[in-house]
Each structure stands twice: as C-alpha cells, then as structure tokens.
Design a protein around this ligand. Structure first.
Ligand SMILES: C[S@@+](CC[C@H](N)C(=O)[O-])C[C@H]1O[C@@H](n2cnc3c(N)ncnc32)[C@H](O)[C@@H]1O
Length: 189
C-alpha cells in the first residue's frame, strides 16, 4: 500500500484495550481475555488504517472483531480510531497475521475472515511475502466454522484469478458468492 503520512495521535488516548501485541494473545486461546462479551469472532487481516474494522464494529455490535496489522504505526492508528469511538467489540493486534493463525487460533474459532486489498508484491523475489498464499489459505480454512466466510477483495485482476485458483486447490470453499448490496457498501465504508 502506498504509505501516506498519518495524523498525529492524541497522546492522552488510552490504547490499552484496543492495541495488543502477539505477546498479549491468550494461550490457550480464550477470547474472554480480549473482549468483555463472548460473541462470534471475525478477523481482518491487514487492517491498514482500520476503515473496515471501525465500520464493522459499529454496524455489527453482536460480533467481536480482531484486526491484525503488521505495520505498527498503522495498527496504532486503527486502534486509536477504535478507542476514540469507544467500541468494545473491536481491537487491533499489531503483528503478523500468519503468527496469529498458526500459533494461536484454534480450529473452527472464527465466523468470518476479511482480507481487503492485500499487497500484490509484484516482483518474483517478493512473492513469498504475499499473505494470500497456499499455507495461509489452509489456515483460514481450518479456523473458520462450518458455514463461516472468507471476504476477500482486490483491485488487481491477475491476483484475483490466482487467489481463486489457490482457494479451489487448497480449500473446500464454495464461491465466489454474490454479496448483498448493503454488505458490499459496508465492506467499502
Ligand atoms: C494494501 S494494504 C490494505 C489495507 C486495508 N485492508 C485497506 O483496504 O485499506 C495491505 C495491508 O496489509 C498489511 N499486511 C501485509 N502483510 C501482513 C501480515 N502478514 N499480517 C498483517 N498485516 C499484513 C500491510 O501492512 C498493509 O497495511
């Protein structure tokens, strides 16, 4: 993602609830150590500045949302927005989504996974950095509940086709499915 300057954060903002690191993740996994209410959990991989997470937390108070962002300053920025809005059903993990899935998330623990506009990493030597790879898709498949969903968007046609192929090879997901218009607006909010 092209890196733009971020607004300066209010130093008085308490981020202790909304910003976590991988060391704060519960072992064994127990969401009651992260969220006040035990609600179905959705994870967003690569939250950037937290646009989706903030909108989802507001629009769906009956679910918990965990955003994972590897760029620490973006994770902090997204967490600050959640803190400002006072949402108690969403927080940010500043760290690598691959570690969260591989080391922490149990089988069938998520009702949805969201991956919006993952970095395409064009150069061949950078392909290993792509987050939507075969191993990670296997992790998404393992951690979703039966009937759970993977929401995935990209504006790069070539990557879209490649990822659909990986999904068909490494998972038993059905789709792509039509997204109701209201959901599509919500995803882009
Ligand atoms: C192109 S940006 C998209 C951000 C946001 N989803 C949006 O739609 O605006 C991709 C984001 O994924 C993050 N990212 C890349 N690899 C990641 C990983 N392994 N774990 C967590 N975040 C990752 C990047 O730091 C970046 O912020």
């Amino acid at each position: 993602m092209p890196r733009r300057a971020l607004r300066k954060l209010d130093p008085a903002l308490d981020l202790s609830f909304h910003l976590k690191t991988i060391d704060d993740m519960p072992r064994p996994w127990n969401t009651s150590q992260l969220f006040p209410q035990d609600l179905p959990l959705e994870v967003e991989v690569g939250s950037g500045k937290g646009l989706f997470l903030n909108s989802a937390a507001k629009q769906n108070p009956t679910h918990n949302f965990l955003g994972v962002e590897i760029a620490a300053k973006y994770a902090r920025h997204a967490a600050a927005k959640l803190a400002k809005n006072g949402y108690k059903n969403a927080l940010m993990l500043s760290g690598d989504a691959q570690r969260l899935f591989i080391e922490f998330l149990p089988d069938q623990s998520l009702v949805a996974v969201h991956v919006y506009f993952p970095d395409p990493w064009w150069k061949k030597r950078h392909h290993k950095r792509r987050v939507m790879n075969d191993r990670f898709l296997g992790e998404i498949h393992r951690t979703l509940t039966p009937g759970g969903s993977l929401h995935f968007w990209t504006d790069v046609r070539e990557r879209y086709d490649e990822i659909l192929e990986l999904i068909a090879t490494h998972t038993s997901f059905v789709g792509p499915l039509e997204v109701p218009e209201r959901q599509a607006e919500h995803d882009l909010d």
